[in-house]
Design a protein around this ligand. Structure first.
Ligand code: DP6
Length: 333
């Protein structure tokens, strides 16, 4: 039977998703906005099989236990939603430099959604694919699209999905991101755990949600105006507010390591010298620098001089998820 292969790129949020109103359906408290990147992606094949259970190979290794059941539970959701009963052999490879600590559930679940639905014989609109990917991992709904993408929180399963800011998914703003790999260690608190603790206990959480509304409006205006300085300022501030909610949680936690602060100080030092560079951070210690595409190599060289032992990976805006091996399946819009 035919195998379907999908590629999905990872995305980095400039306005963060950090907290679920509904844990089962993954409905967030606020809209978020991300940039899909060209450099990091997941390639996933799905093959219909006659076996009684799904199988899952990740980066060449057959998976069992928790890793396998994470995939089979998600495939059960896809089967329940689409009416398929088909079991699948899933083979997935993360194209993220090894030990970079940047492996992403976003590209993983987006690619899995596309490949699996194609293997079920379905041609679904991308809005539906975004909704379905969201059930695996919230941020995955944004990786269905390229360029700047907004996840509209909606009120329920049917109304919560991502849409691209520009209909052609192109980015007119000259923007790049440099991932500073300050630590390759696995994070102690997963994003799922971390956001749940924060929503339940942090008195700062409602203030974060409120400020996301203002930040989102402002960053969309700045993107329209091609004002990268504004985009960077808003993204950096939004990320710091997200991380501040975690310090207010019970028990308190933080993704910052000493090396994170050293990297931030280097970015601030470059800024003081007149370079346009800001940062954002997700549920881990690594820092992503936001800068102009045209200046990215220069900024990377300046940062590398200040942080000689830090691995740096440069990325530019990337495309939406797609099926890459099938002529017969045209992408439905
Ligand atoms: C900090 O999408 O990984 O990267 O929905 O529980 O799977 P789950 O969480 P996930 O969280 C991403 C959090 C973030 C911010 C963001 O990407 O918006």
């Amino acid at each position: 039977m035919q195998t379907y292969t999908a590629i999905a790129h990872t995305n980095i949020a400039l306005i963060k998703y950090w907290g679920k109103k509904d844990d089962k359906f993954i409905i967030p408290f606020n809209n978020s906005l991300s940039l899909t990147l060209d450099r990091f992606y997941t390639k996933t094949s799905a093959q219909p099989i006659t076996a009684a259970t799904d199988s899952f190979v990740l980066d060449g290794q057959a998976q069992s236990g928790a890793a396998l059941s994470k995939v089979t539970s998600f495939l059960d959701i896809l089967r329940a939603e689409t009416g398929s009963t088909q079991r699948l052999a899933i083979n997935s490879t993360n194209h993220v430099p090894t030990a970079a600590g940047l492996a992403s559930s976003a590209s993983g679940f987006a690619a899995l959604t596309l490949a699996s639905c194609a293997a079920f014989g379905l041609q679904l609109p991308r809005r539906t694919l975004s909704r379905l990917a969201r059930r695996g991992s919230g941020s995955a709904c944004r990786s269905i699209y390229g360029g700047f993408v907004e996840w509209k929180k909606g009120q329920d399963d049917l109304t919560s999905f991502a849409t691209p800011l520009a209909a052609n998914e192109q980015v007119d703003l000259d923007i790049a991101m440099i991932a500073l790999v300050v630590s390759a260690q696995a994070k102690k608190v997963t994003s799922r755990q971390g956001m749940a603790t924060t929503v339940a206990t942090s008195p700062f959480y409602p203030a974060f949600v409120k400020s996301c509304e203002t930040d989102l409006l402002a960053i969309k205006q700045a993107i329209d105006a091609q004002d990268l300085e504004k985009v960077g300022q808003i993204a950096e501030s939004n990320a710091l507010k997200m991380h501040a909610t975690n310090l207010g949680a019970t028990p308190p936690f933080s993704y910052f390591l000493p090396e994170t602060l050293v990297a931030i100080a280097a970015i601030q030092q470059l800024r003081a010298k007149g370079f346009l560079c800001y940062f954002t951070m997700d549920a881990g210690p690594n820092v992503k620098v936001i800068c102009r595409g045209q200046e990215a190599l220069k900024i990377q060289a300046e940062l590398q001089a200040l942080l000689p032992n830090t691995e740096m990976l440069l990325a530019y805006p990337g495309p939406g998820a797609k099926i890459v091996n099938s002529e017969s399946l045209k992408e439905a819009h």
